[in-house]
Design a protein around this ligand. Sequence first.
Ligand SMILES: C[S@@+](CC[C@H](N)C(=O)[O-])C[C@H]1O[C@@H](n2cnc3c(N)ncnc32)[C@H](O)[C@@H]1O
Length: 156
Amino acid sequence: MSDPDIRPGETTVELPAPGDAALRFIGRIRTPWAQREECPRQGRMDGPECRIELNPVWHPALNGLEDYDMIEVLYWLDRSRRDLVRQSPRSDGATIGTFALRSPVRPNPIGTSLVRLVRIDGGTLIVRGLDCLDGTPLIDVKPDRCAFTPMAPPKS
Ligand SMILES: C[S@@+](CC[C@H](N)C(=O)[O-])C[C@H]1O[C@@H](n2cnc3c(N)ncnc32)[C@H](O)[C@@H]1O
């Protein structure tokens, strides 16, 4: 049966129902974008302020994050299909492998962005540089690796 969401040249695979990973979402991301068409392809540092709302149990985990200007955010692109192997993102019909793209359509739809930390309000991070839909589940937050100095002793 033809699938209206598939473009010419794109291919899919048959997959079992998802359920083989047990991620815990730790909060939600609040952005101005309700529809994919409105959402930037990649976040920009001059983009709008967005809110990363952590579940209360994780608020103490923010201790120390205020020292960083740039942080890495990982999120679950929950409204993506997950079965495309080759994709045709451009209008010229060229197809490209899923792993050669940063498309939200991937077997495990994890998005990552390096964002500017504007401020922390209690358990909410105010950031610029995101590119996800309003309500996107949050997977993780880390300091930018370039600014981070490991706290643990050197490995022998
Ligand atoms: C190209 S992806 C890039 C994500 C991330 N910066 C990365 O490189 O891993 C961003 C696009 O994903 C789509 N998107 C955003 N949030 C989504 C969500 N929750 N579910 C499905 N698609 C989403 C929007 O079309 C947005 O423009």
